[in-house]
Design a protein around this ligand. Structure first.
Ligand code: NDP
Ligand code: 8X3
Length: 252
């Protein structure tokens, strides 16, 4: 039987990178995406010992780049069995009255419109083959709203709605759609959100044990390896020390 092929967006860091590494260990061929080409090349070198790896460097906010890059995927990788819609970030943590419009654009354009562009480019092949599995990486921020979360939470609530809508529209085509919604995961996420303030970013994960990107990757891998009749539709995972976006048992 042919190995499956997965396309992972946001594979240069954090959850996406850990998922790529775990998929490779388990024989899943990879199309790895992200803007930082050097990181993609390094990961390709690392994982090519285990599986076939194609890399595609594009900004998910740019629909021309998205469609060109996906169109240019070599034929050996063209049959995408698994799509991991993971690329995304928070930008800023300001109250709504002080929020920067550029940050709002980055979050809505990347987390919402970017996910839609990539999906639009991949879904027709899945519909044609009457099979496929899409995992949308949402967040606890898509289930609740917290101070300063405003537009990031809105973008992840949109992912929650898109996940439901995709499942409604695609299940009749034999395509599985589900979301994995993590709480606090220690990645480059807070570095990006806090614009490189390493001290503040590090403090987000101090005093408790956050999820690691590998923890989330294991859940994603479990989800995509269920038998064909099983679809994990919506899954929330938090650190044991976290009860909600605002309740974290720090320095217990
Ligand atoms: P990282 O910052 O470590 O990784 C983000 C990834 O997304 C990078 O590979 C980055 O690649 C890619 N990315 C971001 N913007 C774009 C863009 N415009 N075009 C293409 N790629 C982009 O963070 P995480 O691993 O934590 O984040 C991954 C996903 O998990 C995000 O959707 C995030 O919202 C979600 N999440 C994170 C949580 C956390 O606590 N860390 C909790 C819940 C959900 P590059 O910069 O090279 O383009
Ligand atoms: C990332 C988790 O709590 O920073 O989506 O929004 S949180």
């Amino acid at each position: 039987m042919d190995n499956k092929t997965a396309l992972i967006t946001g594979a240069t860091s954090g959850i996406g990178k850990a998922t790529a590494q775990l998929f490779a260990e388990n024989g899943i061929n990879l199309v790895l995406c992200g803007r930082r080409k050097e990181r993609l090349e390094t990961l390709q070198n690392e994982l090519s010992e285990k599986v076939k790896v194609h890399i595609a460097s594009f900004d998910v906010r740019n629909k021309t780049e998205v469609f060109n890059a996906i169109e240019a995927i070599p034929s050996a990788f063209k049959k995408i069995d698994i799509l991991i819609n993971n690329a995304g970030n928070a930008h800023g943590l300001s109250p709504i009255d002080k929020g920067a419009i550029d940050d709002w654009d980055a979050m809505i354009d990347g987390n919402v419109k970017g996910l839609l562009y990539v999906s639009k480019a991949i879904i027709p092949g899945m519909v044609e083959r009457k099979s496929g599995h899409i995992i949308n990486i949402g967040s606890t921020a898509g289930k609740e709203v917290y101070p300063g979360g405003n537009v990031y939470c809105a973008s992840k609530h949109a992912v929650d709605a898109i996940n439901q809508g995709m499942r409604i529209d695609l299940h009749a085509h034999g395509i599985r759609v589900g979301a994995v919604n993590p709480g606090l995961v220690e990645t480059e996420f807070s570095q990006v959100r806090l614009k490189g303030d390493t001290e503040k970013a590090g403090a987000v994960y101090e005093g408790f044990t956050p999820l690691s990107p590998q923890d989330v990757a294991e859940i994603i891998h479990f989800t995509v390896t269920r038998p064909p009749h099983v679809n994990i539709a919506d899954l929330i995972v938090m650190p044991t020390d976290q009860a909600s976006s605002t309740i974290v048992n720090k320095n217990a």
